[in-house]
Design a protein around this ligand. Structure first.
Ligand code: MOS
Length: 748
């Protein structure tokens, strides 16, 4: 860790950052030369397909292994009876973020689709047919699916270790001071990530070394987690994950099918490929857990919040504890003297939920923004004016200053772009030329700006080009490109002179591509690795009697375009290649770390902010909803690549529309089976669902969040968008939906 963080503040990024650079991996992806995990086919490889439990709760009483084994091409069937031992109990959580997994440890079915056996075969077709022939039967008990199917319980924490209960201020006094209260209850359903690339793994053993081709959002961190299951040292696990076809949180943790494939490879001594089918994504690889949220807002005569209570019951599995930290969204958004954010858990017979894009904030802010809209109407105020009256100048929960907060400018810019002024207060006032009901709604966007820990290495080569290395994960968000831009700036080189290596666990740990913290964290490490190279280069040049920079003492040197310049006299400069050659060096390596200044982390609240405005057109007879306009304005610190950042923000807003109107994992209440476990039944937005969508960014300088001033843009787009659309639907129709997605029948 650098001793003096202050000296890093206000770093001026070079000319590569800020450019709308097209994805460096774009051509490889669209021409098909990018190799995804499932594209690997090592010699002698066999296929594995798991059979899933046909019911959500009970005991597996029949498996026709004989039928499966008799099928041509089937090599073996792994069941709880013959499954090799694991070095770690899959029902223990070794790390707080590691989930319990179903890897044939017993004959219990804990959710529909949980692996109950694994078929190994010479071909995919034989493995699929073998799995079908197993025809598992479960002696089923009634599934617990839905709120009310089990008693709520008080959890020790929510999400990945966030507090389950936070109360600030005097709630009783707050509600007593209110002129009126607004109470809202909102339900959100299970949602499934549905990345374009299904989960996949190719596992091979070389003695006690495990080589894995598998998409992963936390490549180095995952090695010890795999290693623990097999009793091998973490360095014996090699994960290769150069490309991901979407992750959204579901590829950040280890899952059961991955471990089963590793077991099968060890047992057979052959490489094993296991690729989940689309329907198999609805269970063993996480989802966004359902929530039932109750909000109560006290408001005074001026439209100011006097108390805000947000209680979320979050669904989890029967055997593990990931709970959507939904209520915590209310802790940091609006000024209020008394805030209570509490959670309860509800055990369902469903796969364990996990992190899904904007975990907590997505569901929580959806409910909060709907409640704020109702409160604004109750107060007789325009929804934007109401939010401005409750603008949080400091973090409501902690009282700390924000590291930066350009939300006011987001409101202004977004409202102006949308044309919010003149919006009628009452619903049902606007129609379009086709007679459709028109409504306008808005929501505030908020997402934390965390930093994790990352390392990076930069090596300058004799020809003045460089290679930079860190085990980052490009899951489609553009990390490869944005991080390479930062790395080039750290080195004072042009992007084209920098080779970016990532996606491999042998490289320095880039931390997790999650929590919207990857660019900030891995980017900081890359930048400082480049700066380390530049510092070493400067030392060489200043000490070299033949260098134009010789004898400059400790005068400042600047690095750009592959040259070092004396800051005070730019006529004195030397190229990197010449400095290396003159010093007789083949290469020069620098190391960097990405970590937040602990003092700033303690003293400041760090969030990205935004405002989303939505217009909907609703058929007055059939109540079909069309989002005709969605405008978001976001402040997320320094934007490294405006093109990719816009794409991330738009992607988040698209998820917001999906959350508001489409996405819903429907489970049969009797068996617990997902009844829409495919992309025909599980609806996600497509291009045709959008008429006009726009994401703007607001400049924001943040000297505290990290040396680069970078926050994150990956998740914030969902937040705000969900509420904005729901509120627009109310403004069009006068009807408040109490559950997501909003169904036509909820408006009738
Ligand atoms: Mo994300 S849900 O932090 O990958």
């Amino acid at each position: 860790m650098p001793d003096d963080f202050a000296s890093q503040s206000h770093i001026r990024l070079g000319s590569n950052s800020g450019k709308p650079q097209t994805r460096l991996d774009g051509i490889a992806k669209i021409t098909g030369s990018a190799t995804y995990a499932a594209d690997n086919a090592p010699q002698d490889m066999i296929w594995a397909v798991h059979a899933g439990a046909p019911a959500a709760r009970g005991k597996v009483v029949a498996l026709d292994t004989a039928a499966a084994l008799a099928h041509p091409g089937v090599i073996d069937v792994m069941t709880p009876e013959n499954r090799p031992e694991l070095a770690q109990d899959p029902d223990a959580r070794a790390e707080f973020f590691a989930m319990k997994i179903d890897v044939l440890q017993n004959d219990a079915a804990r959710y529909a689709g949980a692996p109950v056996a694994l078929v190994l075969a010479e071909t995919l077709e034989a493995a699929l047919e073998g799995a079908r022939l197993l025809a598992p039967q479960v002696e089923a008990e009634p599934a617990r699916i839905g709120f009310g199917s089990s008693e709520p319980y008080e959890p020790p924490f929510v999400g990945f270790g966030s507090p389950a209960k936070t109360v600030t201020g005097d709630m009783e006094a707050g509600f007593a001071a209110a002129a009126q209260n607004v109470e809202v209850e909102i339900e959100t359903p299970p949602q499934y990530h549905n990345a374009m690339e299904p989960h996949a793994i190719v596992a091979q053993w070389d003695g006690d070394r495990l080589i894995l081709d598998t998409p992963n959002q936390a490549i180095v961190m995952s090695c010890p987690m795999f290693a623990a299951y097999f009793g091998i040292p973490p360095e014996n696990v090699h994960i290769r994950s150069p490309y991901l076809g979407g992750g959204f949180g579901s590829k950040a943790v280890i899952n059961a099918p991955q471990i089963l494939a590793c077991l099968a490879a060890r047992q057979t001594g052959r490489p094993v490929k296991l690729v989940l089918g689309r329907s198999q994504m609805f269970g063993p690889v996480g989802h966004r857990g359902a929530t039932k949220q109750t909000l109560k807002l006290g408001i005074d005569g001026e439209g100011r919040l006097t108390a805000l209570s947000h209680h979320a019951v979050a669904a989890t599995s029967a055997f593990d504890d990931f709970l959507e930290p939904a209520a915590n969204a209310s802790l940091n958004t609006y000024a209020c003297p008394a805030i209570s954010a509490t959670h309860a858990g509800s055990r369902w017979d469903i796969g364990t939920p996990g992190a899904m894009r904007a975990p907590g904030e997505a569901s929580g802010s959806a409910a909060l923004e709907c409640a704020m809209d109702e409160a604004a109407h109750a107060a007789g105020l325009d929804p934007l004016e109401f939010r401005l009256r409750n603008y949080a100048e400091t973090d409501p929960a902690s009282g700390r200053a924000f590291s930066s907060k350009e939300l006011r400018e987001c409101y202004r810019l977004g409202a102006e772009r949308f044309g919010w002024a003149g919006r009628p207060l009452e619903p049902g006032q606007m129609r379009d030329a086709r007679g459709r009901l028109i409504g306008w709604g808005m929501g505030t966007s908020l997402f934390q700006a965390p930093m994790f820990r990352a390392e990076a290495r930069a090596t300058l080569r004799a020809d003045g080009t460089a290679v930079v290395e860190t085990a980052a994960a490009d899951m489609g968000q553009g990390a490869w490109t944005a991080l390479a831009q930062i790395a080039a700036d750290g080195l004072g080189l042009d992007l084209a002179q920098v080779e970016f290596r990532s996606g491999d666990s042998k490289l320095p740990d880039a931390g997790i591509a999650g929590g919207s913290g990857h660019t900030a964290t891995a980017g900081s490490a890359l930048f400082s690795a480049g700066q380390d190279v530049v510092a070493k280069l400067a030392a060489l040049a200043l000490a070299d009697p033949d260098s134009p920079l010789h004898g400059a003492g400790n005068q400042a040197v600047t690095a750009r375009d592959g040259r070092l310049f004396l800051a005070a006299d730019e006529s004195r400069s030397a190229s990197y290649a010449d400095i290396l050659a003159s010093a007789g060096q083949e290469a020069l390596t620098g190391n960097g770390e990405g970590v937040r200044n602990p003092k700033d982390a303690e003293e400041r609240a760090m969030f990205s902010h935004g405002a989303v405005f939505a217009e909907v057109a609703v058929d007055p007879d059939l109540f079909q909803i069309r989002v005709t306009r969605l405008v978001g304005a976001f402040a997320a610190g320094q934007i490294i690549n405006p093109k990719l950042a816009e794409s991330q923000l738009l992607g988040g807003m698209v998820w917001g529309l999906g959350f508001a109107l489409h996405e819903e994992g429907i489970h049969d209440p009797r068996t617990g089976r997902p009844v829409n476990g495919d992309l025909a039944g599980y609806h996600v937005p497509v291009n045709a669902d959008f008429v006009q969508i726009e994401a703007l960014t607001v400049p924001e300088a943040d000297p505290y969040v990290n040396a680069l001033g970078v926050k994150g843009v990956g998740e914030i787009g969902i937040t705000g968008s969900v509420g904005a659309i729901a509120n627009a639907v109310w403004h069009a129709t006068g009807r408040r939906a109490r559950r997501f997605p909003i169904h036509v029948e909820d408006l009738l």
